[in-house]
Design a protein around this ligand. Sequence first.
Ligand code: SF4
Ligand code: SF4
Length: 298
Amino acid sequence: MRQETGNKGIDLLIFDSEDGYQEVSGHLDLISSATIPFLAEEIGSVGLDLLSSALAYGANRVFLLSPDGTPNQVKDSIAENVALITRVLQKTGSENFTVTQIENLSDIPRSENEVQISKVATFSAIGDKRNTIRTALGHFNSISDSPATYVDLPEGSLFGQIMIDSESCTLCMGCVSQCPGKALQAGGESPALRFIEANCVQCGICARSCPESVISLEPRIHFDYGVISKPKTLKEEEPFLCISCGKAFATRAMIQKMTEKLKGHWMFDKPEALNRLRMCEDCRVVDMFDKEDHISRE
Ligand code: SF4
Ligand code: SF4
């Protein structure tokens, strides 16, 4: 087909089997010979993986037909995908490649797609959808004159990293237990919070569940899987050792925060009560009984 068009651009027209099919079958004369019609079961199921792969494999213009009758929710979700891809294409200098949401076939520009095919991707779009999207969009980055390490994305995108205010993080690990993608992980031997960007779906659950409100989201698509699949340490510190038996039982930040919060409380107005916060669970109980025993004997 590319030879027939003189190595010029190819359009892909995606439509669904209901309203879309009606529109296409009624206006076949509006479809040019350089257009590949593609019937999708549901237009709302056409995701970023298909759109980005189609472009990387050589379609210069992709049109998504969502005629009257398409639910608004579906139209909005298509618009979000279009916005994300458009942003990446623009940021990587590939503005000639476009994805457009249309309501009627007459919305397809009459001018011929004059774009010359530069370099077509050869990756295999199977397996993990997120990696397919990253690889397909990464193709445009790799053929760009000034490739970027990553591209910032609009709020609500499914790719990105999180940032924390490490001074205020207590390493309570609350966010780790809430993260659905295993993007946040505990450190193992020492108290630490680690993050794997490749697993983060930007759901925001960690930010909402952090008791210190120190997490913020940064939507972006990073093209180097080798970098983002490695755990990054967001915070790490020495464990806090019980002042009585020396056992590691908490983090320094946690003890400091707890001491600050409870300082003025009537139950902790005596220095020995405040001191117990620096003891492990066992030593705290022993210390309380020792002190009470001492008082009762007096
Ligand atoms: S970021 Fe928040 S929830 Fe996560 S460990 Fe730090 S304080 Fe706890
Ligand atoms: S935004 Fe969601 S996936 Fe990403 S680290 Fe937070 S909880 Fe995990």
